[in-house]
Design a protein around this ligand. Structure first.
Ligand SMILES: Nc1nc2c(ncn2[C@@H]2O[C@H](COP(=O)(O)OP(=O)(O)OP(=O)(O)O)[C@@H](O)[C@H]2O)c(=O)[nH]1
Length: 389
């Protein structure tokens, strides 16, 4: 068995590593853990990288022209695929024109540089410049999402190796122009610069895919967190979100940082709506009411679906009179805006109970007082506001 050089060994590790990354992305796309299209782009990028490195090693018998041209022509494809996947994930504008231009230039560099008979150094220099450009563009695309998802530390972890590799390519381009032809050796030859380049490539290959995987996982967790606190029908915060917000406001009140009021709004005779119009119209009525309540509220107020046909309003920094006035405004707005059903209109109304939080309140005691006020509003004829006793 032929003895492998250190460079060849490193290239073998890179091939294996990229093949595993490709498998990981492909599997996660299949089981739909991550968005499918970006994951498939990254799988293709990893496979492409494994192919480029593998063919460069295996094709060394075919001569310098092959190994340089092939690597130079194919390498930008890796960066383009990685970048495309990221842009699709982020729904960022895609630079298809730029990518097509890079691909054409890569082919032109390889063709003109080696296969077309131009001096070897010219091909190496132009292709290295192209690779450096792709790497810098990839670093630019990666920077913002990684910073938002994972923080500044991760930016350094992924952006600096990308820039370092771009620097190495720039150096390679410069060397090709100033040193004698043949001094810039193909990657599979054991030279100190090649070992450095391969080490950076290996580290980057690992870090890049790990950081991408982490970004995707964090996005997923944040999405689940958001969904678990959102009501699917009205898109308002749900009971869980309201309970958490109420606990925060109570803690703030106890710390002497400001009071708040709580209002419960319940749709009047909603059973009748369902019975007479059907459940689907009932759902539309709830979504309509939710939009109205939200539209009437201040940005600092929380409007949430508390359950069924009941909504909760959390109003920070108001006194009892203001809280009552806010509830009254909401009631009048709902009564004034029936649900449009084609030419017909379905009148809707809400009853509200309102209460001001006290420093010794628990969530339960406050809710019990406001619920009692709501009960009185219902008992007194509905479509009205009652303040806690
Ligand atoms: N369409 C629809 N109906 C719901 C939903 N959640 C609860 N409801 C209905 O809301 C109705 C509430 O009825 P009740 O608690 O009797 O109250 P009401 O008819 O509004 O009468 P009052 O509150 O006393 O004015 C029930 O018929 C529930 O089925 C929902 O998500 N969609």
């Amino acid at each position: 068995m032929p003895r492998l050089s250190l460079a060849e060994l490193l290239m073998g590790v890179i091939v294996l590593q990229q093949a595993l990354a490709a498998l990981m992305w492909w599997l996660s796309a299949r089981v739909q853990v991550v968005p499918r299209v970006p994951a498939l782009h990254w799988a293709a990028a990893a496979l492409w990288a494994a192919g480029v490195v593998g063919c460069t090693v295996l094709g060394q018998n075919l001569g310098l022209a092959f190994s340089h041209s092939f690597t130079n022509m194919m390498a930008p494809g890796v960066f383009i695929l990685l970048r495309l996947g990221l842009q699709i994930l982020l729904r960022a504008p895609r630079q298809d024109g730029e990518h097509a231009l890079v691909a054409m230039l890569a082919v032109a560099c390889a063709w003109g540089g080696h296969l077309g008979g131009a001096p070897l150094f010219w091909g190496i220099a132009t292709a290295s410049l192209l690779n450096a450009y792709c790497l810098l563009r990839l670093a630019q695309t990666v920077r913002l999402p990684v910073r938002q998802e994972l923080g500044l530390g991760a930016v350094r972890l992924v952006v600096w190796p990308l820039r370092a590799l771009a620097g190495v390519f720039l150096l390679r381009a410069l060397l090709a122009l100033v040193v004698p032809p043949g001094a810039v050796r193909p990657l599979y030859v054991d030279t100190p610069p090649n070992i450095i380049v391969l080490t950076i490539m290996m580290t980057l290959g690992l870090v890049m895919h790990l950081v991408l995987a982490l970004c995707v996982a964090l996005r997923l967790v944040r999405r689940l967190h958001r969904l678990s606190r959102q009501d699917a029908l009205t898109l308002l915060p749900n009971r869980r979100a309201a309970d958490e917000h109420l606990a925060r406001l109570l803690a703030r009140l106890r710390a002497g940082q400001g009071g708040f009021a709580l209002a419960l709004a319940d749709v009047d005779h909603f059973k009748r709506v369902n019975d007479q119009q059907g459940h689907a119209i009932g759902d539309r009525a709830l979504a309509h009411l939710a939009a109205q309540l939200r539209a009437q509220a201040r940005p600092v107020d929380l409007v949430a679906r508390f359950g069924g046909e009941e909504f909760v309003l959390l109003l920070p920094d108001v006194d009892a009179a203001t809280a009552r006035a806010v509830a009254e405004r909401q009631r009048l707005a709902v009564a004034a805006e029936p649900l449009r059903l084609g030419a017909a209109a379905l009148p809707l109304s809400i009853s509200l109970g309102v209460g001001l939080a006290r420093a010794d309140d628990s969530a339960e005691s406050l809710l019990a007082r406001v619920d009692a006020a709501l009960y009185r509003a219902k008992a007194a004829g509905r479509n009205r506001v009652e303040l806690e006793a």
